[in-house]
Design a protein around this ligand. Sequence first.
Ligand code: SF4
Ligand code: MG
Length: 330
Amino acid sequence: ICDDIVREFSVRRGLFGKGTVSAVDHVSFDIARGETLAIVGETGSGKSTLARAIMDAPGPKSGRISIAGRALTGGRSVSRKQRGKLVQMVFQDPVGALDPKWTVANLIAEPLGAQGSLAAEEKRRRIAEILSRVGLSASEFGARLPRETSGGQAQRIAIARALVSSPDLVICDEPVTALDVSVQAQIIRLLFELKRDLNLTFLLIAHDLSVVRVLANRVATMYLGRFCEIGDTADIFARPAHPYSAALLSAIPPHPGDPVERPRIRLLGEPPSPLAPPSGCRFRTRCAYAQDICAKVTPKLTEHGPNRSVACHFPLTGVEAAPSSASTAT
Ligand code: SF4
Ligand code: MG
């Protein structure tokens, strides 16, 4: 769905000084219908920016995005209304994302407005149906305001709102991060069931790898605006080939299916300023495996086994010893 996406921001003043940040740098991927692709990375990796480039007009600075054969970018792109039929988004903070003055029923009805003249009765029926899908009853919640719901209920409402118009793609940006830990598992379970029962296509933006493991068929790791690695979730979790993926994964508890116990890899140093990313491989200043070539030649995302691509000059094979220069602990 995304081909060679570039998105830049001009920064006047701010955390990083002055200049241009290329938050997303030549990123390409596609998602099959019914599939969930997770994009994983630290804060500032560009994953939310990527989601925004898909969601919002005017879209990316360059590159092409299309969903279900319809172009979202370029001269013959779809209208705003049509875009809402193709893609909807679930945000991190459900309460902040819902207009506080609207009732739950009206919030959910809004995306249906773009579908021309649905009869009032049909609208009511669809709202009740989608609310029950997310585990809420229309008679109990339809007339409430967002502030009259809990965080978990508000996220269920936001999910219902995103799904009511049956979009081709649903982007979930950190859908459980802002919720109480006790509620997180319920929402993950709900997303899992919805995906299974309705054959939904999700782009999941996450830093929580346990969420990714449950929901995503494929995962892409992202660092300073570029993809490091993309492949099948189980495969990458078992054998990460990019040192950044390996570091992210070593931070979570091992899983019964994992072949070997991995040493904990801590990233070296601090993340560099996105205003002046390192030459060559952007991860090199924090990579324990970096060699001279890593500073000179940008590693391209290249095929590395079935359904897997890796952007690294020295992909891990899974048998190397813990790097001596890395800070490791068990
Ligand atoms: Fe590390 Fe070099 Fe691979 Fe970049 S290209 S991840 S610096 S080994
Ligand atoms: Mg974010």
